[in-house]
Design a protein around this ligand. Structure first.
Ligand code: SAM
Length: 266
């Protein structure tokens, strides 16, 4: 207080995580939570009763394809992409350094969105190259708003297009969007395209085997119910999905942050 007037200022933590211009800002994530995710959480009891996502109740949209709903406008698409990218400024390096990935030279980031994790990959492993596959509307927005250098190549639609031959496929927060059948369809496709000696890296928020936590993974799993066809899974569930698709030498690393890493080799 000065001369009976109150003055307020940000703490160091709010400067770091809330101010929009900070490189570690959660501003975009907060906006997506408040404008989109929060609207779905109004219908949590309906989601639990029906076992399905709530876009129809929240936004009046009933498309078959979950990402058609998510990308219902250019503004919503870009907001989702910012939301996806934000977390990698905090824990992207942890998931990519969980295993030594330096021997993999050609990387394909399946559903790589804005390229947020790919940029961290290139800074940790500069002698590798990364190709990103994502839907056409995302690729268009990534080129317009997110990618400034030419190191990243974009391809479209991982379910229907052929996958490029690669040494390592990254699937960050992809498996958690889909049913078992669709996950296996995608992982089988990846196995066929993967070079011998290559691998697949799953980046997901692992649940404890008895589903007792961590709280963040449980909350993400409820959110998957509200927004997608998927759920969060335990290490043994990811192990089984990879083994059933042909991968071996499967290793799991819990990072202690929000997201963890599972590596399988061909
Ligand atoms: C939950 S986001 C994860 C984004 C990114 N991997 C990350 O962790 O920040 C899922 C991504 O998969 C993409 N996607 C969904 N269906 C796809 C398809 N059929 N082909 C290519 N990408 C797809 C979405 O557009 C989105 O970018």
């Amino acid at each position: 207080m000065k001369n009976n007037e109150a003055f307020f200022s940000n703490t160091d933590v709010s400067n770091m995580y809330l101010v929009k211009s900070s490189p570690r800002s959660f501003y975009q994530m907060m906006m997506y939570y408040s404008k989109t995710i929060y609207m779905c959480w109004h219908f949590l009891p309906d989601a639990i009763r029906e076992g399905k996502r709530q876009y129809e109740r929240a936004f009046g949209i009933t498309s078959e394809d979950i990402f058609k709903d998510l990308y219902r406008s250019e503004e919503e698409t870009v907001s989702f992409m910012h939301h996806m990218e934000s977390i990698w400024h905090i824990c992207g390096k942890d998931v990519l350094a969980a295993f030594d990935l330096s021997s993999f030279k050609e990387i394909c980031d399946i559903g790589g969105c804005s390229g947020g994790l790919a940029k961290h990959f290139l800074s940790l492993y500069p002698s590798s190259s990364v190709t990103i596959m994502d839907l056409p509307e995302v690729v268009q927005m990534a080129k317009k708003h997110f990618i400034t250098d030419g190191d990243i190549v974009f391809l479209e639609d991982f379910f229907n297009d052929p996958l490029p031959e690669s040494d390592l496929y990254i699937l960050a927060r992809i498996i958690h969007d889909w049913t078992e059948d669709k996950c296996l369809r995608l992982l089988n496709k990846i196995y066929k395209s993967c070079r011998p000696g290559g691998g697949v890296l799953l980046v997901e928020a692992l649940l404890n085997e008895d589903r007792s936590g961590p709280l963040s993974s449980q909350m993400f799993s409820l959110n998957m119910l509200l927004q997608t066809e998927g759920k969060e899974r335990s290490a043994s569930e990811y192990h089984k999905l990879l083994a059933d698709s042909g991968f071996r030498e499967i290793q799991v690393k819990a990072t202690g942050k929000f997201y963890d890493a599972v590596l399988g080799k061909k």
